[in-house]
Design a protein around this ligand. Structure first.
Ligand code: HEM
Length: 415
């Protein structure tokens, strides 16, 4: 048995903080291996990258999600004890609940709502000197998410709710104030949505049958019981929050349009297929989710490397999306690469890999693409704008990475 490459330093948490999205890939390159062992936050961890590693990571006989996500992530991003940490039949049953929302009709409605909400902002923008696209996208998507899910939302509360949903996401790589902000946002969000779940169950608020609100309020677990109201709220937030998080992909799309004006020109007359390729490339190229975690269910050996029971294993999302074995010139933004893509389950993994129904792959991937394409359509076909001087950089260390300036637009005009 070859010894797995082992980091000699006592703990690499600081290196992770310094190298951010490149942490795993840097070491895989140094060791000439897709797998290595290190210590993070005082725990032994196996890190791995690439398509084969991704396929391994989604082998449910080998890995469990129980106790994989640290409490600090559950108290901000995920919600405690929700779908992300479930296994086996219970997970599959819960996953069906999410997948049942993603019918073609409902996805089309989501795209239409997105277009409508963007257009509704236009008369205001035309009067403004400058518009912060990131903040606007958050609020637009918060309206879209709530409307689509059947959750009532007053115009006066849009900003606070939108900021709260984003803050839950923004906390995932943070310590200190940004983490505390995320916890506060989650407490406030859960209290709000829990109240709405109660109102629906008590018949005080009507929920349409096809909505996420209805689904979460009246779902029955394998034991035949409804979810308790806290869990129903958490799972409903697991629909609302990530729709708002698409903000980041929209901001990165606008950045890509600015950095590659040839694509901006092309998209003005492009068909859906090219919108799809562009959106896929945004999801591949820009940093958002860095890695995923699972624990070894029972010990096994893979590529001569021993995976001990209980060990935390991290799968490199960013590195796999930039693996030169999978992507020619991975650090070039090149949507046309998707012309030849075969739709692999383990190579493009910005929202996880493998099977939607049997595994943890993001159930919102189609929804994300629809919202991105509708937003991109609006940005390229419905308006013209100018991008004034600003800091257009984004960090590959801060998690999540966001465009520094938020992408400020000026001279917005409807076409
Ligand atoms: C899971 C990313 C949008 C709902 C995930 C996972 C990732 C991810 C990386 C984990 C996959 C795994 O554990 O193997 C993203 C990104 C999004 C996005 C980057 C776009 C901003 C959405 C949307 C929804 C959604 C729009 C719902 C409408 C979920 C749920 C899970 C999940 C419920 C847990 C699935 C499970 O554990 O089985 N997402 N997602 N996500 N996502 Fe998304």
């Amino acid at each position: 048995v070859t010894p797995v490459p082992r980091e000699k330093t006592l703990d690499n948490s600081l290196a992770l903080l310094k190298e951010g999205y490149h942490f795993i890939q840097n070491r895989c390159e140094t060791y000439g291996s897709d797998v290595f062992e290190t210590r993070l936050l005082g725990e032994k961890v196996i890190c791995m990258s690439g398509e084969e590693a991704a396929a391994l990571f989604y082998d449910k006989d080998k890995f469990t999600r129980q106790n994989a996500a640290p409490k600090r992530i559950q108290k901000t991003l995920f919600g405690e004890n929700a779908i992300q940490g479930m296994d086996g039949k219970a997970h599959e049953h819960r996953k069906q609940l999410f997948m049942s929302l993603m019918t073609e009709d409902r996805l089309q409605e989501l795209a239409d709502l997105t277009t409508e909400e963007w257009r509704a902002r236009l008369s205001l923008w035309e009067k403004e000197e400058e518009t912060d696209l990131f903040q606007e996208a958050k609020e637009v998507l918060c309206r879209v998410a709530c409307h689509w899910a059947g959750v009532p939302l007053e115009e006066e509360e849009v900003k606070e709710r939108a900021d709260d949903f984003w803050d839950m996401v923004d906390a995932f790589g943070a310590v200190g104030p940004r983490h505390r902000q995320g916890r506060k946002a989650r407490r406030r969000g859960e209290a709000w949505i829990k109240k709405i779940i109660h109102e629906v169950r008590d018949g005080e608020l009507e929920a349409e049958e096809e909505t996420a609100l209805y689904a979460m309020a009246f779902h029955r677990d394998l034991d035949g019981e409804h979810l308790d109201s806290q869990m129903a709220a958490i799972e409903l937030i697991n629909v609302l929050r990530p729709i708002v998080a698409i903000t980041n992909f929209i901001a990165f799309s606008a950045l890509a349009l600015h950095e590659h004006p040839e694509y901006h020109r092309k998209l003005k007359t492009a068909d859906d297929a090219f919108f799809e390729m562009f959106s896929q490339e945004v999801r591949r190229y820009y940093p958002f989710g860095p890695f995923l975690g699972a624990r070894v269910r029972r010990g096994f050996i893979w590529n001569d490397i021993k995976f001990e029971k209980g060990r935390l294993v991290l799968l490199d999302i960013y590195g796999t999306n930039h693996d030169p074995r999978l992507w020619e010139e991975p650090y070039k933004f090149y949507p046309d690469r998707f012309r030849e893509w075969n739709g692999g389950l383990f190579d493009l993994i910005p929202q996880g890999g493998g099977d939607y129904y049997k595994n943890h792959r993001c159930p919102g991937e189609w929804a994300t693409l629809r919202v991105m394409k509708a937003s991109l359509d609006f940005l390229t076909k419905n308006i013209s704008y100018h991008v004034p001087e600003q800091d257009l950089s984004y960090s590959t260390v801060r998690m999540p990475s966001v465009p520094e300036s938020g992408i400020i637009l000026s001279e917005i005009k409807r076409k």
